[in-house]
Write a protein that binds this ligand. Sequence first.
Ligand SMILES: [Zn+2]
Length: 99
Amino acid sequence: MALIKCSECGKDISEKAANCPACGNPNPNKTVLVEQTSKKWKLTKLIGWVVALVGLYVFVLNNNNGGFSNPFTGLGFCLFFVGIVVIIVGKFGAWWTNK
Ligand SMILES: [Zn+2]
């Protein structure tokens, strides 16, 4: 386990620690990591929303045009479902990594 110097008080802290145990200053390495991870999950959720909305749009559009006998209705429904799953994965992933 590597040690880094706290930028506030100069004490050695674990690079895996969230804050300095002496002064409570947030570990700069950790903060950057959390920001990068949360951005990654935000992007995942954004992609999920886009896929779900496109899927919903395709579904609604084609549902009025032949219902499920139109293959695009099923495709839209599948896209919507995949989008929802991606959003859930994004929410769960953000929660899991920020724990
Ligand atoms: Zn400190």
